[in-house]
Design a protein. Structure first.
Lengths: 325, 334
């Protein structure tokens, strides 16, 4: 184990996988100077500019060329810089990467990882702050992962690089400097599709992912002081999501709250809530609740930006309202 | 530049090119009939009148070279070596199709033949072709990639991005713009500013050529010069091939938006008729020509009949090849 940051963990994952498999390469804007968030630091020195490729600001072609390069047998790690800019490559992600395997009758695979730094990042306003993970969960053919801990950013990114299907890989921009213990083992892989119980509790199941795991843990601490046990599940992978883990927890707690930073309307929380309602109505003792952002663009001004944030206090109040019914 | 003009091409080579064009024509006439009778569903985009480009370009490729094509791609597939039987099964949505019936006309692919996929999205094949060449370069594989697209595609962003990418990364790609005069029902000229495709390619430092795409020998000759240069230098080149879409945008489009007399006159410039005339001049008899024609027509009739008789894909395969984890599980009805 070493204590490293979320950003360093991602960098380590790419480096280890590039050493392990000569077909893995990374491409995107400004990777040669280590990536805009330093998440590729030192890689060009080790692997050279062919395998850590600086591209033009051509998101559609960064993605489209990655599809072509994957179809012929390489394994690109695609850096989209900000999730917001990945929107310039939606055709290439949704119509090309996600569909090629099926549409061509299984003749080819598209093993690409599409890294999308996401989420609110102080004073970044409406075009540099979005959490759009739910969009991708809607697309057959895509895997969607959103790690919270540094260890998971290593283990899940390695799993994503080894995955033979396209993976949308959501890293939270507020997490880059988060430190944590990370296994040194270069075969440390966290399986895609497996959640993690971040905190155990008996009274309410709180399902969340990405940066919100930390906020939920704070809420759970506050709840514990009041004698309320919140079980925090860090989903880690959104598609496919760990239904077994969530169902088992709800079976125990009989209450479900889903929390995400993304806009609540049409968010992935709706899918989890609906699935639990469909399958577990008989065990529920309180209405399922969701907590997401209001359906508003993210403001620049700090107080307005803060208005949209999910806080431990908001989570606690919602949880209490579910328990005190 | 080109040595093989209509006037000095080797007779056997022209016979081969003619046969390829005739097979494409016969395939598409069979597909058109099956579309009009309702046996083939969805949009079927015919390349009738444009076969000279597919045949002339692909005759210069190795099986390990690769192509991407568009919604109007049957000709490119056949010229690259894809089995028309599997293609027709695909059009009919039947088991045994190139994609198991899951793709249809606009998504035919045949990776064994280096056919990396048609595409339902205009210009989307451009970055994919460029990436295939990028991948080959990284893997140290000696391959040229040919990217076919229409004159309508040059107005989409991925055209500029893809050409720029191929130029800066020095990738072995031949971009082939099929200038058939139309983008769906719109005249391409009316919506294209400046000097058009070649001017745009040249502005990015890519050597660009123009050719009469209906002169199959000329296309063959020029591409025969370009491909070895691309292979040697590893740099992209651009070819604009003038042609004419003799049919509508799709099989069911009567194309009434264009001058009917002018459209009819374009049949005089049919690449097959021109090649046949040249072959006669080179001494091929009418009997020899019609033997090629009837062999092609017979082949495609058999292919259509087989496709008609074939089974639909088994429902059990409905969810195959979506993704390894998280795909729906098919359950047989109780
Ligand atoms: C991005 C996109 N926009 C629009 C369409 C609808 N569409 C299909 S083919 C076509 C015309 C394409 O013209 P061109 O590129 O010249 O190819 P051609 O049909 O002439 O072979 C259009 C507009 C599409 N398939 N994809
Ligand atoms: Mg056109």
């Amino acid at each position: 184990m070493s204590v490293i940051t979320y950003s360093e963990a991602g960098c380590l994952a790419v480096a280890e996988e590039m050493r392990r498999d000569g077909r893995v390469w990374a491409l995107g804007e400004d990777l040669g100077r280590g990536g805009v968030f330093g998440q590729y630091k030192g890689l060009v020195e080790e692997f050279g500019p062919e395998r850590i490729a600086d591209t033009p600001i051509s998101e559609a072609t960064i993605m489209g060329a990655s599809v072509g390069a994957a179809l012929v047998g390489t394994r690109p790690v695609v850096e989209m810089r900000f999730a917001d800019f990945a929107l310039c490559a939606v055709d290439e992600m949704v119509n090309q990467a996600a569909k090629a395997r099926f549409m061509f009758g299984g003749q080819a695979r598209v093993p690409v990882v599409i890294r999308q730094p996401s989420g609110m990042w102080r004073s970044s306003a409406a075009q540099h702050s979005q959490s759009l993970e739910a969009w991708y969960t809607h697309i057959p053919g895509l895997v969607v992962a959103a790690p919270y801990t540094p260890a998971d950013n290593k283990g899940l990114l390695k799993a994503a690089i080894r995955c033979d299907d396209p993976v949308i890989y959501i890293e939270h921009k507020d997490n880059w400097d988060l430190e944590g213990e990370v296994p040194d083992d270069d075969d440390y892989v966290v399986p895609l599709g497996a959640g993690r119980v971040a905190q155990a509790g008996d009274d309410l199941t709180l399902v969340t992912w990405s940066k919100m795991v930390g906020i939920a843990e704070q809420a759970a601490e506050m709840a514990r002081a009041r004698g309320i046990g919140i079980e925090v599940i860090d989903l880690r992978t959104l598609w496919p999501w760990d239904q077994d883990m969530v169902f088992a927890s709800v079976e125990k707690t009989t209450r479900l709250l889903v929390v995400h930073e993304a806009v609540q309307v049409g968010g992935f929380g709706a899918e989890i809530a609906a699935t639990v309602a469909e399958h577990m109505a008989h065990v529920l003792t309180a209405p399922i609740r969701r907590l997401g952002a209001p359906r508003a663009p993210i403001s620049y001004a700090k107080p307005l930006e803060d208005l949209l944030r999910i806080t431990p206090e908001k989570i606690l109040a919602t949880a209490i309202s579910q328990i005190d019914v | 530049m080109s040595n093989n003009t209509s006037h000095n091409i080797d007779r056997d080579r022209l016979v081969d090119l003619y046969r390829t064009m005739r097979r494409i024509r016969a395939f598409e006439e069979a597909a058109e009939a099956a579309s009009l009778s309702g046996q083939v569903g969805g949009a079927v985009h015919l390349s009738i009148g444009q076969e000279g480009i597919a045949a002339g370009v692909c005759a210069n490729l190795r099986r390990t070279d690769q192509i991407t094509t568009t919604h109007r791609g049957h000709g490119h597939c056949i010229a690259k070596g894809t089995d028309p039987g599997a293609m027709m099964l695909e059009l009919f949505g039947k088991a045994g199709g190139t994609c198991g019936g899951k793709g249809g006309s606009m998504h035919i692919a045949d990776f064994d033949a280096g056919m990396l996929g048609a595409n339902g999205v205009v210009a989307a094949g451009i970055p994919i072709a460029v990436g295939a060449a990028h991948g080959a370069k990284l893997l140290g594989e000696d391959r040229v990639v040919v990217c076919f697209f229409g004159d309508g595609a040059i107005n989409r962003g991925p055209f500029m991005e893809g050409l720029n990418w191929a130029a800066i990364f020095e990738l072995p790609v031949l971009f082939v713009c099929e200038q058939n005069g139309f983008a769906s029902t719109t005249h391409s000229d009316a919506v294209t500013a400046g000097g058009g495709a070649n001017a745009r390619a040249k502005s990015l430092g890519i050597e660009a050529f123009e050719i009469d795409g209906n002169d199959v020998a000329a296309v063959d000759g020029l591409v025969g010069d370009l491909i070895p240069r691309i292979r040697a230098d590893g740099k992209p080149m651009f070819l604009s091939a003038r042609t004419y879409r003799l049919k509508g945008h799709t099989s069911v489009d009567p194309a009434l938006y264009r001058d009917q007399d002018l459209a009819a006159a374009q049949w005089q410039n049919d690449p097959l008729a021109r090649a046949a005339e040249e072959l006669r001049r080179l001494g091929l008899s009418d009997g020899e020509l019609s033997a090629i024609d009837s062999a092609a027509v017979g082949e495609m009739r058999r292919v259509s009949e087989a496709a008609e008789a074939a089974d639909h894909p088994d429902l059990a395969h409905a969810f195959d090849d979506i993704q390894d984890i998280g795909a729906p599980v098919w359950e047989a009805p109780a």
